[in-house]
Design a protein around this ligand. Structure first.
Ligand SMILES: [Zn+2]
Length: 122
């Protein structure tokens, strides 16, 4: 399951960034995932749940933004959204196109808390 490795990388980067910022815990991590990466959100969430206990991101929410593929035609200049199977220009049927987005796999933002977590009341 390659989502486990991806999530591990995201988590390590987020923890490093939060610690550098002096935060005690991470409450939310927002990421963008291009549809062309074929990463499955369910698997990301599953891996996140499995990997966060014992880290400062324990209990944090993973928010996934899906990015639809978008390309620009190099022949007629049209920009258009498309699915992962069809990149053909809808204006002139050209295949001479450049992918603008859809392969993202990045951290957008990290919400942290500097307050020490309160002990839960019994
Ligand atoms: Zn075109």
């Amino acid at each position: 399951m390659h989502e486990m490795g991806i999530t591990q990388g995201i988590l390590e980067a987020a923890v490093e960034a939060a610690e550098r910022a002096g935060a005690d815990s991470i409450t939310e991590i927002r990421i963008s995932v291009g549809e062309l990466t074929e990463v499955v959100e369910f698997a990301l969430q599953f891996a996140f749940e499995a990997l966060t206990p014992g880290t400062i991101a324990e209990g944090a929410t993973l928010v996934v933004t899906h990015v639809a593929p978008r390309s620009r035609c190099n022949d007629c200049g049209a920009e258009y959204d498309h699915d992962r199977f069809t990149m053909l220009c809808p204006e002139c049927d050209s295949l001479n196109v450049t992918l603008l987005q859809g392969r993202e796999l990045q951290i957008d933002s990290i919400e942290t808390s500097e307050e020490p977590t309160e002990e839960s009341q019994g």
